[in-house]
Write a new protein. Sequence first.
Length: 201
Amino acid sequence: MTIRLLDLLSQFREANDRESENAYFRTRVPWVAPLAYLNIVYKPAPQEVLNDAMRRLSIPRVFSEFLAVQNGAILFSGALSIYGAVRPSQLLNRSDPFSLPPFSLDDHNEVSSLPHADSFFTIGQYGFDGTRVCVHRGPLGVHLFEKGGTELTAMETPTWKGLDEWLTSEVSRLSVLFDSDGHRLVNELETLPQLRARKPS
């Protein structure tokens, strides 16, 4: 069964929560920016948009099932972003931040810029340093790549057995790093997965 992100984020206080045509905005954090929210979870991808993205990008089934429930997210004030399916020709109305789509899978899955694109599909990133989150197309484990890196960082890269395990464990871990109002309680470096956070600079 696909994880429902809104259920995982229910412990945060309602603070000017709102809903737009394409997303849920939960826990306003005006000290970050006037219209910033701790968590933004996008509504399910329209079927025709999802079908087109699946055809163009060969999205692994486990992730297309996720997109059919929530079409990406921006979590914990951008500490973790999950990409979504977007119409390639979609125009952006930047004057209305509540209408903006998720970060596009297309922008992050160009074969020329991906390490091992035949084996991995990029689904998101950590905001602190741009570490990419990838699903393995074979066994469907979740792996991390350093920004601009061409190989997995062995020994420093945690691997999760599947998408649901990664989502559940990472949302749980990140949730305790913020208070119920959305204030970050730790150094931003600690928003990275624990093994990555310990890597010497």
